[in-house]
Design a protein around this ligand. Structure first.
Ligand code: ATP
Length: 401
């Protein structure tokens, strides 16, 4: 439909970037990016009458179409910027597409597929993306790529791990000189935060962090930071725990990156930790999560550590005041295996414990609506943690007594 509409409006439309890369690799990718040669704004707005929600960015000539059923498509106008160089006029695409693709990060991300009816499915590959995809290499399009945008170093490390690719030799050399030349230090905190967040939300964070440490990336981003073996051990444990906990705690997903952030600054001096968090402009709540993780590890160890038995109730009552990611961080950072085991017990099981009876059952039993009901349910929950009730009948008996 997108291609047909473009055709009707005499525009050329292409699918570009990650979608094309993943299509050729046979991988699923839900992010459809379309580039239009011509007026993308008119194209986007034309979908409004088809029951789609649209949003446009007049200045950048980009926008989004959300189809019924929530399928989202990003649409951009092919951009022609800065670079003028000899171009052989392509057959399918106009040369503004070539310029647009030349601005991209790696050759494997610089391919497009035409979606106009007459040329539907034609692959446009000016820079050898397909060849690099076959030889599993990440290659920049030109030697100034990282100077133009140093976040590409971080994107590259993430993509390399995700796809299981290698950097092409010259690209790897350019990465090392970008780091040495201090380019990463020039990035704004917000851009660094966005890229770090994407890295820390990947499925396999540990190998990316290892490579970042080997290449001194953290030092280049945050002056004075010390990512030592202890930090790396915490990152490894976090990755390991998350493989399992993602299923027990789906809500944790959004904040997981904060635990990794706490891990990489764990061994740095206080002032470096603060300066790093300042630079990243974390929201107040995110900052509190990281600070609590770092500052209260000792408190957590005192509260639920030690050789003696700790009741489920004790573990629950202490940990329920901490965000899940903070507790997860403590589990990974503590040197005490008992603390680790107790936190993991909480994160996998105890946090989910709830009475069988609900508020309305208590109303039926004759209790007045209001705060008392909440109090009884709370007490019932603790009774359950102590093992005093099991069935619904036990609970009713317990409430009545
Ligand atoms: P992901 O699966 O992580 O979303 P993606 O390749 O689809 O991977 P996006 O961030 O959605 O990544 O970006 C879409 C496309 O835009 C990329 O494929 C790439 O061509 C281009 N791109 C994104 N960021 C940059 C950048 N900093 N420099 C150059 N090109 C970029």
């Amino acid at each position: 439909r997108l291609g047909r509409r473009a055709e009707e409006m005499s525009l050329k439309a292409y699918v570009v970037g990650g979608f094309v890369r993943d299509l050729l690799l046979g991988k699923e990718n839900q992010d459809l990016d379309i580039v239009i040669e011509g007026d993308a704004l008119a194209f986007i707005k034309s979908w409004e009458t088809d029951g789609c929600k649209v949003a446009v960015h007049e200045r950048y000539k980009t926008g989004t179409i959300v189809f019924p059923g929530d399928k989202k498509v990003d649409v951009a106008t092919a951009r022609r910027e800065f670079y003028e160089y000899p171009v052989a006029l392509p057959k399918v695409a106009g040369d503004s597409l070539k310029h647009d693709l030349y601005r991209r990060d790696f050759t494997v991300n610089s391919m497009a597929i035409s979606i106009n009816r007459t040329s539907w499915g034609t692959l446009i590959d000016y820079f050898g993306g397909r060849r690099d995809l076959q030889s599993r290499q990440l290659r920049v399009l030109h030697n100034l790529s990282f100077v133009e945008d140093p976040t590409r170093v971080l994107r590259g490390l993430r993509l390399k791990q995700r796809l299981g690719f290698e950097f092409e030799d010259n690209t790897f050399r350019l990465i090392k000189s970008a780091v040495k030349g201090g380019l990463l230090g020039l990035l704004s905190g917000t851009r660094v935060k966005n890229e770090l967040k994407l890295i820390f939300m990947e499925e396999k964070v540990y190998p990316i962090v290892l490579e970042m440490v080997r290449l001194n990336i953290f030092e280049a981003l945050f002056s004075g930071i010390k990512v030592d073996r202890n930090c790396i051990r915490i990152v490894r444990r976090l990755s390991f725990f998350l493989r399992r906990l993602r299923y027990d705690l789906p809500d944790i997903e959004e904040d997981v990156w904060l635990a990794f952030l706490a891990a990489v600054i764990f061994s740095s001096a206080d002032w470096v930790q603060h300066a790093t968090l300042d630079k990243l402009h974390l929201s107040k709540s995110n900052r509190e999560i990281v600070e609590k993780a770092l500052d209260d590890l000792g408190t957590a160890e005192n509260a639920i550590g030690g050789k003696g038995m700790r009741s489920y109730e004790e573990i629950y009552l202490f940990l329920r005041d901490a965000p899940y990611v903070t507790a997860l961080f403590w589990a990974a950072a503590t040197q005490q295996w008992r603390v680790r085991r107790r936190i993991l017990l909480y994160l996998t099981r105890l946090h989910r414990v709830n009475p069988i009876l609900m508020g309305r059952d208590l109303v039926e039993l004759g209790y007045p609506k209001g705060p008392l009901i909440g109090k009884i349910l709370e007490e019932l929950l603790l009774a359950r943690l102590r093992g005093e009730v099991e069935t619904r009948e036990d609970e009713i008996k317990w409430v009545k007594s």
